[in-house]
Design a protein around this ligand. Sequence first.
Ligand code: ADP
Ligand code: MG
Length: 260
Amino acid sequence: MKGKRKGTITSKWLKTNALLSHSEIRQYIPMTQRLTSYNLSSMLAKYEMVYIKPERGTYGNGVIRAEVLKQGVNKYQYQIEMKKRTFKDYNSFFQSLKKVTKKRSYLVQMGIHLLKYQKRRFDVRVMVQLNPKVVWETTGIIGRVAHPGKIVTNYHSGGQLVNIEKLLSSHLSLNEQKSVIGKMSRLGVTIAKQLRQKYPDYRQVGVDVGLDVTMKPWIIEVNTNPDPYIFKKLADKSVFRKVMRYRRLKGPIRILKKKK
Ligand SMILES: Nc1ncnc2c1ncn2[C@@H]1O[C@H](COP(=O)(O)OP(=O)(O)O)[C@@H](O)[C@H]1O
Ligand SMILES: [Mg+2]
């Protein structure tokens, strides 16, 4: 089936569109378009920094960060893995990008200036699962800190898994941390419910949330086959145990509609 891989929705485009139709979630989704020369140039003019990523990608593979430079002769730059390239004009920049993306389908998304921890960018993975009462519950939240030279935070791209309170502690007071964590946790549940309207056949989602300096949570990506093992890294072992326990739950996949 198009966009699906054994109960997994692989297309970031289809997932984004499923979320955009929800009026509350909408505001947390960075502007996303299909990659074309026109779309990239207009998004760079508007946002100055964007992420370009495969429509169906994982582990941060193939993800590119592109930006307009304010100083020097070279005006455009992109980075993939550890490699940065700069260009004088838009055409040579785009032609070079095309060689990287080849014929594959790519998206361009407004870039979030992610918070940093020890000069490294980080984002947050929010795990949301159906609990034994068949109600969506946020079961785990963990921070992912990018490898120093990289633009992605994925564990499989050299990222590091760190307790979220530790990452937020240099930015926020204890009460503020609680409030931001609570907000991400509720947003995760809202997303899971919304996605399920369109795709009823799964019982867990892992949301990649990016925080900017204003602490606004941005939805970078929603995974329908999230890795549970990342939570093994937390000192609090009860989180991992719960994630695994809920993962093993079977039962009715479609929630029975409550009678009015
Ligand atoms: N719009 C964006 N702004 C800032 N960082 C981003 C953006 N999109 C992706 N990233 C970074 O790249 C990583 C991988 O991108 P993601 O969309 O989650 O694809 P993948 O399926 O490969 O994990 C994210 O976890 C984040 O660190
Ligand atoms: Mg991701």
